[in-house]
Design a binder for this molecule. Structure first.
Ligand SMILES: [Zn+2]
Ligand SMILES: [Zn+2]
Length: 359
């Protein structure tokens, strides 16, 4: 279905075996620049499969990467780590049960499986971890090669591209250790904040309060389970949370990561409460140490997801507990990648998530 008889003009792009050799790839060449390039079609090695990309989401971390503000990403790079694709070729010694034509979602966080972190189920902290789209060419391309062991069969090609960001939300809610009825605040109505909110709702949170300065995005809160929304532009956030929870805000998930939101989270949480930091906006932060001591607050980080979190997110997508909606998920051709990045960073950014589709 993929490799049909080529048109005469495409002859130059074919090897003697008839395999297309060049493909379209969106390459990040330098800060604030993308180029659509003709690149060599990847050849899957041992244990790898070649995927024809179906959908690849733009992540917030890709945006800071694009600006050159993310220390992990170095140009030239093919980004894209939230994706689905169809298995079109297989390398040698593929041991996972996969077939040509399977639709899969990829867990882009590759771990060694051998270190103490991996053995304890914390693949996100693997000492040898690497990520597709950061350390290996990603999915903003017609084709991407990945380890077969990272592929999971999925039934919906668009919803499947949400498994990765949803897994981040699942982990954040787990790190928050939410118990039934816990009043929970989520900072940030980007997709990670919204998915954290959804996971917190599924874990039984009571009052579920979403905070964001973008009024348009705040409107999505209800769809993801928010009981209340707060816009700091018009309200004192800490006071508003105290009022809504009778001073009993048990859990905070900060999917923004500014010194101000980190401070507010610590100020609003009740004694013995837990604050989860998942947002990565700014590194250096002053925290009120004495408040943490006197209120016995736990502040914990949340980074990506374990393999189990990924599988839990996949289960939520497969059971349609989380479904796509064009109000917050916009699909565009890969050729509109650069415009979409610019819109998310400098424009109105009305969509919490944009997925790119190679033509
Ligand atoms: Zn991501
Ligand atoms: Zn490891």
């Amino acid at each position: 279905m993929l490799h049909t008889v080529p048109a005469a003009g495409m002859q130059s792009a074919l090897s003697k075996s008839g395999r297309e050799t060049t493909v379209k790839t969106l390459v990040w060449t330098k800060p604030r620049d993308f180029e659509m390039q003709e690149t060599q079609k990847p050849v899957p090695g041992d244990g790898e499969v070649l995927l024809q990309v179906r959908y690849a989401g733009i992540c917030g971390s890709d945006l800071s990467g694009y600006l050159g503000e993310n220390s992990l990403r170095k140009p030239p790079l093919v980004m894209g780590h939230e994706f689905t694709g169809i298995v079109v070729e297989m390398g040698n010694s593929v041991d996972r049960v996969l077939n040509i034509g399977d639709l899969v979602v990829v867990n882009p966080l590759l771990s060694c499986g051998q270190c103490r972190m991996c053995k304890s189920g914390n693949q996100q902290n693997c000492l040898h971890r690497s990520i597709v789209g950061i350390h290996h060419p990603g999915a903003f391309a017609q084709y991407v090669k990945v380890p077969a062991s990272a592929c999971y069969r999925v039934s919906d090609e668009l919803a499947g591209s949400l498994v990765e960001p949803l897994a981040c939300g699942v982990r954040a809610a787990e790190q928050a250790n939410i118990q039934i009825g816990d009043s929970t605040v989520v900072f940030g109505a980007g997709i990670i904040g919204l998915f954290s909110l959804k996971a917190a709702a599924l874990m039984g949170a009571g009052n579920l309060i979403l905070v964001d300065t973008n009024e348009q995005r705040l409107q999505f809160g209800k769809m993801f389970g928010a009981t209340h929304t707060i816009n700091p532009k018009s309200q004192d956030v800490v006071q508003a949370v105290q009022d809504l929870t009778d001073g009993q805000c048990s859990r905070v998930i900060d999917a923004v990561g500014l010194p101000l939101t980190r401070r507010q989270g610590i100020d609003m949480v009740e004694p013995g409460g837990r604050v989860v930091w998942i947002g990565l906006h700014e590194d250096d932060t002053m925290v009120p140490g004495n408040t943490i001591v006197r209120k016995e607050i736990e502040v914990v980080g949340s980074f990506s997801y374990s393999d189990l979190d990924f599988e839990r997110a996949l289960s939520l997508i497969e059971r349609k507990t989380v479904t796509t909606d064009s109000s917050w998920l916009d699909v565009r051709p890969l050729s509109e990648g650069k415009n979409s990045f610019e819109e998310q960073i400098f424009g109105a950014a009305p969509f919490p998530k944009i997925a790119l589709r190679p033509e």
